[in-house]
Ligand binder design. Structure first.
Ligand code: G3D
Ligand code: MG
Length: 179
């Protein structure tokens, strides 16, 4: 894991395993975020059901990543990965206005899963380096985040490609997970 990230996460290095799920529509920038955490350790698994899960493990911290959207038949398999997870990181492409509605629907569906009940939700509004990227309040409204109840959530504007905003988001998450 990159030095900066290991610093951010050092507060979590107890004995317990911490499992973080990173999801969102394809092209949102999830793999790019994973590479930022540690390029050399990204492991891609292709289970028989045919959906890719990428993961990075660092000390007792495990990140698992996959694409949401479309294939309803694969949804039951997600539960495997949601189980025992400690937090959800939802990534959206801030410049992909056409698919924000789909991103909102997928987020809603995901939050209904029993396995993720009450888990903190970190939203990364990615690709803020693009001129057409929507603002924070536009994304909060488009995803209807204010209707989220019974869990802590926060949205951070990031550029995964530039590595901007990620630390702030992960710091929020670490704080939430500590208490
Ligand atoms: P995914 O894993 O969610 O499907 P990827 O998304 O991480 O594969 O990223 C999809 C595309 O978006 C990639 O472009 C990637 O470089 C780009 N991308 C990711 N993060 C950012 C960002 O912060 N800003 C910009 N401008 N682009 C970003 P390619 O061209 O390789 O498909
Ligand atoms: Mg990917």
């Amino acid at each position: 894991m990159g030095f900066v990230f290991s610093k951010v996460f050092s507060g979590l290095f107890g004995s317990e395993q911490i499992r973080l799920i990173i999801i969102g529509l394809d092209n949102a920038g999830k793999t790019t975020i994973l590479y930022r955490l540690h390029k050399d350790e990204v492991v891609q698994t292709v289970p028989t059901v045919g959906f890719n899960v990428e993961s990075v493990t660092y000390k007792n911290l495990k990140f698992q990543v996959w694409d949401l959207g479309g294939q309803t038949s694969l949804r039951p398999y997600w539960r495997w990965y949601y189980q025992d997870s400690n937090a959800i990181i939802y990534v959206v492409d801030s410049a992909d206005k056409d698919r924000l509605e789909v991103a909102k629907q997928e987020l809603e569906l995901m939050l209904e899963e029993e396995e993720v009940k009450g888990l903190p939700l970190l939203i990364f509004a990615n690709k803020q380096d693009l001129p057409e990227a929507l603002s924070e309040s536009e994304i909060v409204n488009a995803l209807d985040l204010h209707s989220i109840k019974n869990r802590q959530w926060a949205l951070f504007k990031i550029s995964a490609i530039k590595g901007e905003g990620l630390n702030e988001g992960f710091e929020w998450l670490v704080d939430v997970l500590k208490y």
